[in-house]
Design a protein around this ligand. Structure first.
Ligand code: 4AD
Ligand code: MG
Length: 460
């Protein structure tokens, strides 16, 4: 059996030969003596046009095919001149495997993305989600390819953890205690000593700390896996379950890190442009006008690198009524991210952040006020990467943990990295879905995740 992708990629070979294909009906048009079916088998973004005539014994049933019915077709590939599609399949037989029920909710009209989320089990069959999820697959492979071909070791950091990286308040708790019974108490708190792990455990919100231990053995490592955060953020860019890529590089400072981030992003974008031309054309036409130009331009651009302090200067000078006032010691709000990426018309590295709003593990700069952290901001998706040079000095790190109320004892192993072969090292985390939003032009994170998990939504 051939796939539609085979037929498109090896057209010359298939012209005037007999093939067999199977797939889902997208549309049927018929007149008295012949008709056309647009069929898709999932292998390729484009459909296959099938021509059928009334010499087929089940002609009248074929004419009544409903959208999303499954068919198995045998016939000859014929070259078409001056048509939308380069070839079509002249059917010799069409076996109807399943006549889809007429209640199929995705009839031939445009549906809103909001509606399509309510049929998440069917939406991959639409053009939009066919494009999005194929791009997701290609981008995931490109991520592995980038790191593998540059000598990084892929590490599977644990999903269950007791280590606090980005703040335990945002980690889901994991327990086998019977929640229908009163929980055991000790000193006014829940007592987890009889829980499965003998202590309070969480689902990971970052693999960074474990990643750092492996970077101290392999030099360069990366993780790529599911990440969970319990934050109650109902925005277009937050999900409670997302995928994160976390590289960690020994003997690398903040400038070196930004070089890698930029090179990596360009590689993934280029791979998607090369391998998904049909999907990108579709997104360019129907999701974000100018998308292809934006991505192509990115490949030859140099990303702006600017200190947080200078970003605030720009924001303060801007003639805007900010909802959130830009502050030198404050975070960037969505409106600020948007302004700054539009101001520079492309991705922007914002570096050297005020230490009080960043994590304890970031390298404290000589000014004592800022840390060597960097966020990459892009138009639309906002912060897609967050990274830093890590504090490699044992005493400074311990002092920072104390300042920020992070318990040292559970992280003794992390601290030991600063005793046994410490080195200047850096790493970042890329939110895979935010990258996909940027690459596809999709405006809501819920539309680049197969089954999004967000506050009040765990359907399917
Ligand atoms: O900035 P974050 O919190 O950084 C870390 O977790 C570091 N430990 C990474 C590292 O240095 N190894 O998260 C990294 C990225 C963000 O820039 C964002 O793209 C994404 O993860 N992210 C989310 N994506 C979707 N939904 C959420 N709730 C996200 N939270 C973070
Ligand atoms: Mg961040």
């Amino acid at each position: 059996m051939e796939t539609i992708k085979d037929l498109y990629k090896n057209q010359e070979k298939y012209i005037n030969t007999d093939v067999e294909v199977a797939g889902w009906v997208r549309t049927v048009r018929d007149s008295k003596t012949f008709g056309f079916i647009e069929m898709n088998d999932g292998s390729f973004f484009n459909n296959l046009q099938i021509v059928f005539g009334n010499e087929l014994e089940n002609f009248s049933e074929i004419c009544k095919l409903t959208i999303s019915s499954t068919i198995i077709v045998k016939g000859t590939i014929v070259k078409t001149e001056n048509a939308k599609q380069p070839f079509e399949l002249h059917a010799k037989s069409i076996e109807i495997f399943n006549l889809s029920d007429s209640s199929y909710p995705l009839q031939k009209k445009r549906h809103s993305f909001e509606y399509l989320r309510t049929v998440a089990h069917l939406r991959p069959r639409t053009n939009t989600f066919s494009a999005i999820f194929r791009i997701r697959s290609v981008a995931a492979f490109a991520i592995h390819e980038y790191f593998q071909s540059n000598g990084y070791v892929y590490v599977n950091t644990p999903i269950i953890t007791c280590a606090d990286c980005e703040g335990s308040a945002e980690m889901f708790k994991l327990t086998t205690l019977d929640l229908d019974k009163p929980l055991p108490q000790k000193d006014g708190k829940t007592d987890f000593s009889n829980d499965l792990f003998g202590k309070k455990a969480y689902i990971t919100g970052s693999g960074q700390l474990h990643g750092e231990t492996f970077a101290s053995a392999f030099g360069k490592i990366y993780t790529f896996g599911p990440t969970l955060r319990s934050e109650d953020s109902n925005t277009k860019t937050h999900a409670n379950e997302f995928w994160m890529v976390e590289p960690e590089i020994s003997f690398c400072d903040l400038d070196g890190l930004m070089d890698i981030e930029e090179d990596f992003l360009k590689f993934v974008v280029k791979e998607v442009l090369d391998k998904c031309p049909e999907e990108i054309d579709f997104c360019d036409k129907f999701i974000q006008n100018g998308l292809k130009e934006k991505l192509t331009k990115l490949l030859d651009s140099n990303f702006v690198r600017i200190d947080h302090h200078d970003v605030i200067d720009i924001l303060k000078k801007a003639d805007r009524n900010w909802e959130f006032k830009p502050e030198y010691d404050g975070d960037l709000a969505k409106e600020h991210e948007k302004y700054i990426t539009e101001y520079f018309n492309g991705p922007v590295f914002v570096k050297n952040w005020p230490k009080d709003i960043k994590s304890y593990y970031m390298k404290v700069n000589p000014d004592g006020k800022t840390v060597a952290g960097v966020d990459l901001e892009v138009p639309g998706a906002g912060e897609i990467m967050g990274g830093s040079q890590r504090e490699e000095n044992y005493d400074t790190l311990v002092a920072r943990m104390k300042e920020m109320g992070i318990a040292e004892e559970p992280l003794y192993w992390y601290l030991e990295l600063r005793k046994y072969g410490s080195n200047i090292h850096s790493g970042f985390g890329l939110g895979f879905e935010r990258l996909l939003m940027y690459i596809t032009g999709m405006e809501n994170i819920r539309d680049v995740i197969p089954y999004p998990r967000t506050p009040n939504n765990c359907d399917f």
